[in-house]
Write a protein that binds this ligand. Structure first.
Ligand SMILES: C[S@@+](CC[C@H](N)C(=O)[O-])C[C@H]1O[C@@H](n2cnc3c(N)ncnc32)[C@H](O)[C@@H]1O
Length: 229
């Protein structure tokens, strides 16, 4: 992101690594994978272990958010997907990451439930999307009527360990007039697929050459499918 000029994208849509292997209580640390339906993540990502000391992780994510803020104009916004978690029986709501950034709204992404193995908690079924917006950001006409709780099934047919469902990103991109959309943690390229669905431009970044290769292939196939339709 540092190599990109200020104000060069209209919108950022992203989901960073959640630092899951640093978490207690979900079986990630000891490799069981716990209740996570995507147990593939118990091995981390192909080029990122997802196990940083918490304070380093928070500092890194704040640096990333500051860069994203630099890259959007005065009417730009960031949709930053994250997951709250419980550490040592205390809720960690990620306010340490987003403190000081202009969080305008929290959207609840309600996923499908699973099986609860922990008698101390209700089954967690949602993730959050922080809408971090500069002052002149506006939604597309009528998009606001969608409300702030979105019930969308998680993705199950993608070999990336933590992909967005396309429908979730379609909801976001379709709610804006953004022409150029950045995902600095693009993984399997879902943000690009959705940008193509709306005829928008995209920039995708990922540390993993393997995921970049898979995303390029997926994007090429999707372009072809759109061309044939
Ligand atoms: C939650 S996944 C994103 C998945 C994506 N939303 C999708 O639909 O496939 C987070 C991604 O961040 C990538 N990542 C980890 N560290 C990174 C870094 N320093 N720079 C860029 N990408 C990184 C991982 O390789 C992983 O693909």
């Amino acid at each position: 992101m540092r190599a990109m000029p200020a104000g060069s994208v209209d919108l950022v849509v992203t989901s960073p690594p959640y630092n899951l292997k640093n978490s207690t209580g979900n079986g990630m640390k000891d490799g069981r994978g716990g209740k996570w339906e995507r147990a593939a993540l118990k091995n981390g990502y192909s080029h990122h272990a997802d196990c940083m000391p918490h304070q380093d992780y928070v500092a890194w994510q704040r640096e990333c958010l500051a860069e994203m803020m630099r890259l959007i104009p005065e009417d730009g916004a960031i949709f930053y997907n994250h997951k709250w978690r419980v550490q040592n029986a205390l809720l960690q709501d990620r306010s340490d990451i987003v403190a000081g950034f202009p969080v305008r709204q929290i959207i609840i992404w309600k996923r499908k439930g699973g099986i609860n193995f922990n008698p101390g908690y209700f089954l967690p079924t949602y993730e959050v999307i922080y809408l971090i917006a500069k002052p002149k950001f506006r939604l597309a006409p009528k998009a606001g009527g969608e409300g702030d709780v979105w019930e969308i099934m998680q993705e199950t047919r993608n070999k990336h360990p933590a992909p967005f469902p396309v429908a979730l990103i379609d909801r976001i991109i379709g709610s804006t007039n953004a022409q150029t959309i950045l995902d600095p943690f693009m993984g399997s390229g879902t943000t690009a697929i959705s940008a193509l669905n709306f005829g928008r431009d995209f920039v995708g970044i990922d540390v993993s050459p393997d995921y970049c290769r898979d995303a390029e292939l997926r994007i090429a196939q999707h372009k072809e499918a759109l061309r044939l339709n």
